[in-house]
Design a protein around this ligand. Structure first.
Ligand code: NAG
Ligand code: NAG
Ligand code: NAG
Ligand code: NAG
Ligand code: NAG
Ligand code: NAG
Length: 656
């Protein structure tokens, strides 16, 4: 997604460049053999909360194919779209709300009968990558990007840097129809496998053009946000893939590549491409656009004399040192990009692969840039079989580098109460950067999808219910509860997840997002103490949910295999349980959040009507001269003065 808080570094018109202070989304994926449950896992944090955003988790129902499918520019803010033909939740409300005008159309019906792609004909033997032959689309859970569909296909997004830019057809200089938002939705409408999703997205993007809504404008192109990566996982064939896409030559069409994550490996994306050398003959592992190397050759981004092997990221990732005239600025930007992406890759690999010597020996100082360096991070890392659990991904998403030298809960910027959040904009003149944690104040939501298909049929109609589960958590991952939803069930998330009242500009107890955000905002008054309470509560609820979910799945599947319920009625029963559970947790979270205000009010920890303790500032913080406590004087505290300056005479007695 696009960045909003940007600082113009160079105003010379010939060399306009932006330094990203905020960029969004961390993705991880685990292959079927690496995952505990023998199906791939995918995780995503959506960190776009630096701008008002549409907070709804919506179910888009199945619909019949149309000759012309409208294509929209999806808005980041509420409403992300107004088009009743997509979903009831996207209908105008109030009825006077003007529908979005499509920026174009793509054919839908003919695509199902012809080959999904003209560009990957060599893979035709993989018949299963053809789109569905049905006359309807698949239903799916939807956010700004699609999340997971009813037949076990799920995607997770992260925006990337690139050497090209492009804009939608309704903007000056725009030649393109499709954003990653639309591409992800089209893929989930049509496909049940990762290969199908990649073929469909890739071929449509080549034909109709791909743009990234973070690419700025022709006058001020932003190369730090002009491309996309998706992790794509499917239950049907158990495959996990990474898809990288950018706009093609002359700001039009698209260039893309996809690489399969080995079944026994994990992979991480943190706002950069990760596909490196492509083996053009290995169709088990690689897919790519026609002409994938042509633009790189034409522009001199790839020199086959120097590098016989084509490296996708090295060729198409944005390299400030190569592209920017002002080398001092280029160097600053390069350093930011290097660690902005690399540090999270390093950390996620370490957390998800605790027993891999390769993951544990990655160097956090190498970072991640198009140009390969000694010790660069790999595309994927093999892990012990069945070692990666949903819980590992949840813990990874809640991380702030705790216990490492990059720990954001430590140091002066974290304050006396160890707050890892750094929400305020940095001073315009200041040159610098905070570490970029995985869990952030601006994370709007995050999820882990555990795709799944049941191996034996429990239903009367002989079809397999799809037990894929999207574990979805609102607001900051370090202060959320991940709640299970079944993308295959017609039962939508509870109303509070689709609220039209609870907007980022309108606090509302009608909205589940606000329950979690409310507690998390309050936690910033004493992060260490209050977040610890929130995490403990969340952990208790999550353990309870694991037990409840297993129990209701067992009972519903068993009773239906005895009584012979249909697959859709099984999914309806499961979805109803999930819907009620989600709302019951939200209903439990509100009074819990309110009670935090009682417990931590007045700088106290209030246990009951007769007993309270005072919250404590740590000694290292009190001792700091900048704080002014240890250097208090009758004529005023000694604060706001750099630490290394001589303090006036020491104060002997400190009254409390
Ligand atoms: C493509 O975008 C670049 C950067 O804004 C611009 O300089 C160039 O003129 C554009 N090319 C075309 C064909 O529109
Ligand atoms: C491939 O690249 C060549 C040279 O840039 C161009 O003439 C041709 O149209 C491209 N083909 C496709 C399918 O993009
Ligand atoms: C790592 O190895 C230890 C010791 O063998 C084992 O207990 C633990 O479960 C392993 N963890 C993972 C994630 O594989
Ligand atoms: C804001 O939320 C309140 C409380 O839920 C609701 O009554 C009100 O209609 C909402 N306002 C808007 C503009 O959505
Ligand atoms: C109040 O809380 C404190 C600390 O938990 C406890 O020791 C004490 O017994 C409580 N008093 C009452 C009256 O509950
Ligand atoms: C009832 C139903 O939709 N079953 C589907 C579950 O997903 C698999 C693919 O993973 C389909 O083959 C089933 O038809």
């Amino acid at each position: 997604m696009s960045l909003v808080f940007i600082v113009v570094l160079t105003l010379s018109l010939s060399n306009l460049v932006f330094l990203p202070l905020s960029d969004a989304c961390t993705v991880s994926v685990s292959g079927s053999l690496a995952s505990y449950g023998s199906f791939p896992l995918v995780s995503h944090t959506d960190d776009n909360g630096f701008t008002p955003s549409d907070l709804r988790l919506v179910r888009v129902p199945s619909r019949s194919l149309r000759s012309k499918r409208p294509v929209h520019v999806w808005a980041p803010n509420y409403p992300r779209v107004v088009d009743a033909s997509i979903a009831p939740d996207y209908a105008p409300s109030p009825s006077s709300q003007p529908p979005f005008v499509p920026i174009g159309y793509i054919p839908e019906e003919e695509e199902t009968s012809s080959s999904s792609t003209k560009t990957t004909t060599k893979q035709q033997n993989h018949h299963h990558h053809q789109p569905n032959q049905r006359k309807e689309t698949y239903a799916y859970l939807d956010l700004e990007y699609a999340l997971a569909n009813e037949v076990g296909l799920a995607v997770a997004e992260s925006s990337c840097t690139a050497n090209t830019v492009g804009w939608p057809v309704n903007k000056p200089g725009g030649y393109n129809l499709l954003s990653i938002n639309e591409l992800s939705k089209i893929a989930l409408e049509r496909c049940s496998t990762s290969r199908c999703a990649i073929s469909v997205m890739g071929s449509l993007a080549e034909k109709y053009g791909f743009y990234d809504d973070g690419a700025g404008s022709p006058d001020a192109p932003d190369y730090t946000n002009s491309a996309e990566a998706l992790a794509v996982v499917s239950a049907e064939d158990g495959e996990a893939w990474i898809f990288n896409i950018l706009t093609g030559d002359n700001n039009a069409s698209a260039i893309w590549a996809a690489q399969r994550v080995p079944d026994d490996a994990i992979s991480v994306i943190a706002n950069s491409f990760t596909i490196r050398e492509i083996d053009f003959d290995n169709h088990e592992t690689f897919m790519y656009s026609a002409n994938v190397t042509a633009l790189a050759l034409k522009m001199g981004w790839w020199d086959p004399q120097k590098d016989p092997k084509f490296d996708f990221y090295a060729s198409y990732g944005f390299d400030p040192m190569r592209s920017m005239k002002n080398k001092k600025r280029a160097k600053q930007l390069q350093r930011v990009l290097r660690y902005y992406s690399g540090r999270r890759m390093w950390r996620a690999f370490q957390l998800l692969a605790p027993n891999s010597s390769i993951a544990q020996s990655l160097d956090p100082l190498v970072g991640n840039l198009p140009r390969r360096m000694q010790g660069s991070y790999p595309f994927a890392i093999r892990v012990s079989r069945h070692s990666v659990r949903v819980d590992h991904m949840k813990a990874m998403m809640r991380d702030h580098y705790e216990g490492t030298r990059f720990d954001l809960t430590k140091g002066m910027a974290a304050g006396p109460y160890g707050d890892p959040n750094r929400p305020a904009n940095t001073a315009q003149q200041a040159v610098g950067q905070f570490e970029r944690a995985i869990s952030m104040h601006r994370t709007l939501w995050s999820f882990v999808v555990e795709v799944h298909k049941s191996l034996k049929s429990n239903s009367r109609d002989g079809t397999n219910p799809n037990l894929s589960t999207a574990w979805f958590g609102y607001d900051m991952p370090h202060g959320t509860v991940y709640l299970p939803f079944y993308p295959a069930s017609k039962i939508p998330p509870p109303r509070s997840f689709r609220s039209r009242l609870g907007l980022m500009s309108n606090f509302s107890m009608d909205s589940a997002w606000w329950a979690f955000n409310f507690a998390n905002q309050y936690a910033s008054t004493n992060f260490r103490a209050i977040n610890a309470d929130i995490r403990a509560k969340s952990e208790t609820i999550e353990r309870r949910i694991d037990e409840q979910k297993l129990a209701w799945e067992t009972s519903i599947l068993n009773s239906n295999s005895n009584s012979g319920g249909s697959s859709s009625s099984i999914m309806e029963q499961l979805g109803t349980r999930a819907q009620h559970l989600a709302q019951s947790v939200v209903d439990e979270w509100w009074p819990f959040a309110f009670q935090l205000m009682a417990k931590y009010g007045q700088g106290l920890v209030v246990y009951n009507e007769t007993y309270a303790e005072r919250q404590e500032y740590p000694a290292w913080w009190l001792d700091s001269r900048d704080v002014g406590f240890s250097t208090w004087q009758p004529n005023g505290p000694y604060h706001g003065v750099p630490d290394d300056e001589e303090a006036p005479e020491e104060v002997e007695i400190a009254l409390s």
